[in-house]
Design a protein around this ligand. Structure first.
Ligand SMILES: [Zn+2]
Length: 288
């Protein structure tokens, strides 16, 4: 009973945001929830464990500044726990679908970061950044935003994820010092090409890059350094190359991460890149 009273005291003390955000109950890990927010639903009985784990992950996410901003999307956006599936958003439903099996497979801190990614997709929908032409920039922006939440929550990388880019471990570590190389790897892997042809998408992308620059200035000194960012960029780029079909000729060399960052700064693309390196670079940087 004591815990119950504490729970409600905690809810009462939560500041109400300007957008009348529905508070996520504050609970220690492993606790059963006494209340479920109206934006959270399960598609079938028996999914309460996964639902509560997602709610605890969202509570963890609230400890990051980026996460606190993103949680305001819930209310307009919803979360539905399904029996099967990974983690995804559909535009028409404004819903994050979370598969109970996927939820079971990841620690709460990793789920928190993955939910940050999906919440950014909800924000994109609210901003009208939808449609086929914005698919690539939406995905790339969501990875930048989840990287912020990951760093702010302590930048923990689980060994089992580092082994193979699980939970975007390489992508996020690469994005610390080689953000454009990380984005190029993600784009190549998913066969995306950054397209800024739609005005709302372009404005959103410019805003994300500007806020990312400000965020890097504030957080750069606190970036996690358990793994090398350059090493992660190379791993992600080489992994992406394996996914490319048809795969252009050549290999991914150690020169590629720096070449992509230089090109993103508007500097000339260095000579000597292989066809596959030029292809990957061109997915996020327009060659002069
Ligand atoms: Zn996504």
């Amino acid at each position: 009973m004591g815990a119950f009273v504490l729970l409600w005291a905690g809810l009462a003390l939560l500041p109400l945001g300007a957008r009348a955000q529905v508070p996520v109950p504050r609970l220690p890990p492993g606790r059963v929830l006494a209340s479920v927010p109206p934006w959270m639903a399960t598609e079938a009985p028996g999914l309460d464990e996964a639902r509560d784990k997602v709610l605890r992950a969202l509570e963890l996410l609230r400890r990051s500044e980026t996460g606190r901003g993103l949680l305001a999307e819930l209310g307009e956006g919803k979360v539905l726990i399904e029996a099967d599936g990974s983690l995804m958003v559909t535009d028409a439903s404004r819903t994050i679908f979370a598969g109970a099996n996927f939820v079971a497979d990841y620690p709460e801190d990793v789920l928190a970061v993955q939910m940050a990614h999906e919440l950014e997709h909800l924000r994109q929908i609210r901003l009208g950044v939808t449609g086929q032409g914005n698919r690539a920039l939406r995905e790339l922006a969501a990875v930048l935003v989840q990287t912020r939440a990951w760093v702010e929550l302590g930048g923990v990388t689980h060994d089992e994820h580092w082994a193979g880019n699980g939970a975007n471990a390489w992508d996020m570590t690469a994005a610390l010092d080689f953000p454009d190389a990380a984005l190029a790897a993600i784009a190549a892997r998913a066969d995306h090409r950054l397209d800024l042809g739609e005005s709302r998408g372009r404005r959103y992308w410019e805003d994300i890059r500007a806020s990312d620059a400000a965020w890097r200035a504030a957080w750069g000194a606190r970036f996690p350094r358990g793994h090398g960012s350059r090493e992660a960029a190379l791993k992600a780029l080489r992994q992406a190359a394996q996914f490319m079909s048809p795969r252009p000729a050549g290999e991914i060399t150690e020169a590629l991460p720096d070449a992509i960052e230089a090109a993103a700064r508007g500097e000339p693309v260095p000579p000597g890149l292989s066809p596959i390196e030029r292809d990957i670079l061109s997915r996020v940087v327009k060659s002069p």
